[in-house]
Design a protein around this ligand. Structure first.
Ligand code: ASP
Length: 435
């Protein structure tokens, strides 16, 4: 592991900006953006002028630009760094922990929905905002993970497919590196070094992009508040409270419990998790936050061998916040259109389909809302145009950005928590960093 150097103070006219703690800069951006958005909403302006909104767009585009190269390089390096004997043990533990925490998250979401019972009483409401999403079956979601063309998976940003390919590539590379045949071992090492170099370059890019984050964040948050500020009320407020309370409970009960079971110091963990948490909150993208989550893992002393594999995987398949949101919103939609809650069977189906949906949800803004349509179909409430179901779904879409902030923050915290716990259990942690 590279030694951390003391930060060098920057000079020049922007020195004051660069020398101020990045986390505080992002938080100040968030507060300024929210305040400006609320003022705009109160004065009836729900849209920023194009030139201003461009500053937010630039930030999201910069993050999106580096997603694929980061996933490809870090996942290949991660999967090929672990010796073939260990990848099985670490990999299986991580995947099982990801799945179990996601299932617990849906249960917490359903509990929150059942307690708060958000109900928009839509049975008579005209569903003017019809659902535009095509529902995808659970089984198709699973088979879709395998790309029919790697090139098209990359071009069309099918993140899960890219992850699948990168994982297989990395695993094969790990065998090649230790091959008896000298030529094969040499080729393996060259490819590994190349990917390792690309991963390092990407991390440098990320550090630069994050310097722009406070500005991008202020504009993005302002847009959300300007658009939703006045309208977010009543039942939608209850949905929001139920979701956020669910997110908080999940951190306390599930992550708190895991940290205790695996004897990871909670203070140290949450200290390292706060920057990824806030970055995810404002960018609404687990994938975009990945580089920051990686920094968090480094602060916790987790070996690159583990996080290089588990964090890119978690950014795409581990979505605890999204799972909680699916539980609360499923209850909101069913209550709103039928007046009664879900049956036990329907709740079980929500747990299964929302767990799978959270795996199939790409770590990008708003993806969870698309998967909600799949969950609704699985319990017999497909989002069909001009029905109250579509109306309730459209209402959720209206506040999706706000819910997405919290769920994405939880998603990345979950990735870091599972990674740290498994790394601790398997002895892949430098405990010196915990002192
Ligand atoms: N925005 C979330 C994430 O990146 C995914 C979602 O929409 O639920 O983790």
């Amino acid at each position: 592991m590279a030694e951390k150097k003391a930060p060098v103070k920057k000079g020049g006219i922007l020195g004051w900006y660069f020398n101020f703690n990045l986390l505080y800069r992002i938080l100040i951006g968030l507060v300024i953006g929210a305040a400006a958005g609320i003022i705009l909403a109160a004065t009836g302006i729900d849209k920023l002028p194009e030139w201003l909104s461009m500053f937010g767009t630039i930030f999201t585009r910069l993050l999106k630009m580096i997603i694929l190269p980061i996933i490809l390089s870090t996942l290949i390096v991660g999967a090929s760094s672990v010796s073939p004997a260990n990848i099985g043990k670490v990999g299986i533990r991580i995947i099982v922990m990801y799945l179990v925490t996601s299932a617990l998250a849906v249960i917490i979401g359903l509990a929150m929905g059942s307690i708060f019972r958000p109900n928009a009483e839509l049975a008579v409401l005209a569903a003017n905002a019809a659902g535009k999403t095509a529902s995808v079956s659970v089984w198709q979601t699973i088979s879709d993970i395998i790309p029919t063309s790697v090139a098209s998976a990359v071009v069309n940003e099918k993140i899960l497919q890219v992850i699948f390919f990168a994982l297989i590539f990395g695993i094969c590379l790990s065998y090649m590196k230790i091959a008896q045949d000298e030529r094969l071992a040499r080729c393996g090492q060259v490819i590994y070094d190349f990917c390792d170099g690309v991963a390092e370059i990407m991390m440098k890019m990320v550090k630069g992009i994050m310097q722009y984050a406070p500005i991008g964040v202020a504009v993005l948050v302002c847009e959300v508040f300007a658009k939703n500020g006045a309208k977010v009320a009543g039942s939608l407020l209850i949905v929001t409270i139920a979701c956020f309370l669910g997110y908080a409970l999940h951190i306390l009960l599930v992550y708190g419990g895991l940290l205790r079971i695996y004897k990871v110091p909670a203070k140290k963990f949450f200290n390292a998790a706060k920057t990824p948490f806030i970055t995810a909150f404002v960018t609404r993208s687990s994938n975009g936050t990945l580089p920051v989550t990686i920094e968090g893992a480094e602060q916790l002393g987790v070996d690159k061998e583990v996080y290089g594999f588990s964090l890119p995987l978690g950014a795409t398949i581990n979505m605890d916040g999204t799972a909680i949101y699916q539980g609360v919103c499923a209850i909101f939609i069913v209550l709103s259109v039928t007046g009664s809650s879900l049956t036990f069977g329907q709740m079980c189906m929500v747990v299964l389909s929302a767990t799978l949906a959270s795996i199939g949800t790409a770590g990008v803004p708003g993806a969870g809302a698309i998967m909600l349509a799949m969950v609704m179909s699985s319990i017999g409430f497909p989002i069909v145009e001009a029905t109250p179901i579509a109306g309730a779904y459209a209402m959720i879409l209206g506040i999706d950005a706000i819910l997405d902030m919290g769920r994405t923050a939880l998603n990345v915290t979950g990735d870091l928590c599972c990674t740290t716990c498994v790394a601790k259990q398997m002895g892949f942690v430098n405990k010196e960093m915990w002192k």
